[in-house]
Design a binder for this molecule. Structure first.
Ligand SMILES: Nc1ncnc2c1ncn2[C@@H]1O[C@H](COP(=O)(O)OP(=O)(O)OP(=O)(O)O)[C@@H](O)[C@H]1O
Length: 579
């Protein structure tokens, strides 16, 4: 709540104007029954057409003033709600961008998208409706009761009995339905998560002919959502019949008491009609108030979910500065007894990893699926922090280095090639804002991606669609490698980034990288022995542990895991030739 008030603070004036105008509208509405009563008593009873017309004109005037007040209030309420919602969405986006892999893993990408979209929207709607109704509805309920007392104290006693009865019904229904609405909201989230997952993985679903299974799963969750909605709808639907029974009974009582008092001359017919109108106004407002409370409870649930995201502190903290970097040392990186476990995972993904890397070396990282290759290289730019041990960069523990500076020194090409919507040139400049076309073209050449650009009419201005969907998997991979090269990082990490390339292009790529990146330390992560065999040092991983470190030749003689990998990919003759 404090956070939301923080967003409303900047719009104090508008936050006050909106409910005030709603109250002003309510004042004019409360006058209507009195004008109608006067019209009946002094116009219709005396058949005074001129008077009736004058009163009708007055009613139109009241309606117009009420409408103006209402439009003004709604304008300011919507304005405040949209501005506060937009600021909250912006801050949430900024906060999510500051989170690290671990934090995002814990929440899940889909959940974060829901927080940023539907949850913020729900809070926005809650603010809008709150500003419009939180003063107006109680104002009308109490105002109508007071007006009824000014009309006739005895008949108005009906209100004293009816309003609490109505309030009990409205709030009982609301209390029963509120937790159910929360359940519905949760189920809605689930359906949205399934929808998102299926849309993102639509090709995989088709490729594995999983449409029927997915349809079934979606149907189950959706049916549960529908049945929950119908159930809560049925409870909410009780509101109208129950309240109308009470109000109709109250109206009968009012007419009975009013009729008797009309007979005795203490009350006019018009006044009886005014009392009935006040009763109906109270009913309408109590129902609106109940709707508002349900809406507010949904909005507050969404707000607390948004707050849990805001409360996540980035788990990777930047070091103060980069003092102590030894520029003379040959050892660029040292993995010293490094172990790592993912949050919530019982088994460590890396166990006691020790090796060092010289500046300018090419390091191959090889191992079976799930052996920990990606995990290992992700520790270098501190996408995750080690659980045990230490990684040192030029003699300084990377935890002590300024995070931005550390990452500026590293170019990462992840397994999944991601490009962003926009021009290719913009994508290429991600790592170096001021890179010129010559630098970009050079990087494209090394990454074997020059021909992709040459073939396109627009050259570097070619448009890249969302997620680079107008490019093939291999083209995307080469372009992401080029993007990392534009930056000319000290350390280049290629995490299985050539998996979609044919062998010839893969070989040409490695040759170009070797020839053009003399001072760059390159990590080549791959499952292909051919990719890593020329590396200065190869790290062989097996189930999170180091199975061997050395050159291709050394490992072929003394690392059984490496031998096994090579034998599964080369002929025995080829392996023997290298050994
Ligand atoms: N985000 C994560 N949360 C929990 N466990 C994870 C996560 N990412 C990977 N793991 C686990 O860590 C282990 C190592 O995974 P990693 O991705 O590093 O393997 P890999 O050698 O790169 O595999 P591949 O060659 O298939 O990409 C695996 O057992 C995997 O299940």
């Amino acid at each position: 709540m404090k956070r939301l008030l923080g967003y409303l603070k900047d719009y104090r004036c508008r936050t006050v104007i909106a409910p005030l105008f709603k109250c002003l509208e309510a004042c004019f509405e409360l006058l209507v029954p009195l004008v109608v009563a006067d019209m009946i008593d002094n116009g219709i009873r005396r058949a005074d057409n001129a008077y009736i017309l004058r009163m009708a004109g007055l009613l139109v005037l009241l309606a117009l003033i009420g409408l103006t007040c209402s439009i003004t209030a709604q304008y300011f309420a919507a304005n405040v709600a949209i501005r506060a919602g937009t600021s909250m969405r912006k801050d949430l986006f900024r906060h999510i961008l500051s989170l690290e892999y671990t934090d995002i893993d814990m929440e899940g990408t889909s959940t974060l998208i829901i927080r940023m979209t539907s949850d913020v929207n729900q809070v926005q709607t809650g603010v809008n409706m709150f500003l419009r109704l939180f003063m107006r509805s109680p104002f009308i309920v109490f105002g109508a009761m007071i007006m009824a007392f000014t009309v006739d104290k005895e008949a108005a006693m009906t209100f004293v009995v009816t309003i609490p009865a109505l309030a009990v019904i409205v709030f009982a229904v609301m209390l029963c339905s509120m937790p159910l609405y929360k359940k519905v909201q949760k189920q809605l989230d689930k359906v949205m998560l399934i929808t998102r997952e299926n849309l993102l993985g639509v090709r995989v679903v088709r490729a594995f002919n999983r449409q029927q299974n997915e349809k079934k799963e979606f149907k189950n969750e959706n049916d549960f959502l529908v049945s929950s909605q119908v159930f809560v709808g049925k409870i909410s639907a009780l509101l109208n019949p129950l309240t109308y029974i009470v109000v109709n009974l109250a109206v009968i009582l009012l007419l009975y008491i009013g009729g008797k008092r009309v007979d005795t001359g203490s009350l006019s017919q018009g006044q009886v009609v005014a009392l009935v109108n006040y009763m109906l106004q109270i009913l309408t407002e109590l129902i609106k108030l109940a709707d508002l409370i349900i809406l507010m409870s949904k909005a507050s649930a969404c707000l607390s979910r948004i707050n849990t995201v805001f409360d996540i502190r980035p788990s990777v903290k930047s070091g103060e500065d980069s003092v102590g970097i030894n520029t003379q040392t040959e050892e660029l990186l040292v993995f010293d007894k490094v172990s790592f476990s993912y949050a919530g995972s019982k088994e460590p993904s890396l166990k006691n990893v020790n090796f060092s890397v010289k500046a300018g070396d090419t390091i191959g990282v090889i191992g079976g699926t799930g052996s920990g290759k990606t995990t290992l290289v992700n520790l270098i730019p501190r996408f995750y922090d080690v659980t045990e041990g230490e990684i040192r960069f030029k003699g300084v523990p990377i935890k002590n280095l300024n995070l931005e500076e550390l990452r500026r020194r590293i170019g990462v090409v992840p397994q999944k090639a991601v490009l962003f919507k926009g021009m290719l040139r913009e994508n290429m400049k991600w790592g170096k804002k001021d890179a010129d076309d010559t630098e970009i073209r050079k990087a494209l050449e090394i990454a074997q991606a020059a021909e992709i650009v040459e073939k396109k009419r627009d050259g570097l201005d070619m448009p890249v669609e969302q997620n680079g969907r107008n490019l093939s998997g291999g083209q995307r991979q080469r372009l992401t490698i080029a993007r990392a090269l534009v930056r000319q990082p000290e350390i280049l990490i290629l995490d299985d980034s050539a998996s979609a390339l044919d062998f010839a292009t893969d070989a040409a790529l490695r040759k170009a990288i070797r020839e053009n990146t003399e001072n760059m330390t390159v990590f080549l992560v791959s499952q292909r022995a051919a990719t890593v065999k020329n590396a200065d040092k190869i790290v062989v991983l097996d189930d999170g542990k180091i199975a061997g470190v050395g050159t291709h030749r050394e490992l072929l003689t003394d690392c059984p895991v490496y031998q096994e990998i090579c034998l599964s990919q080369f002929s025995e003759e080829e392996v023997m030739r290298h050994a």
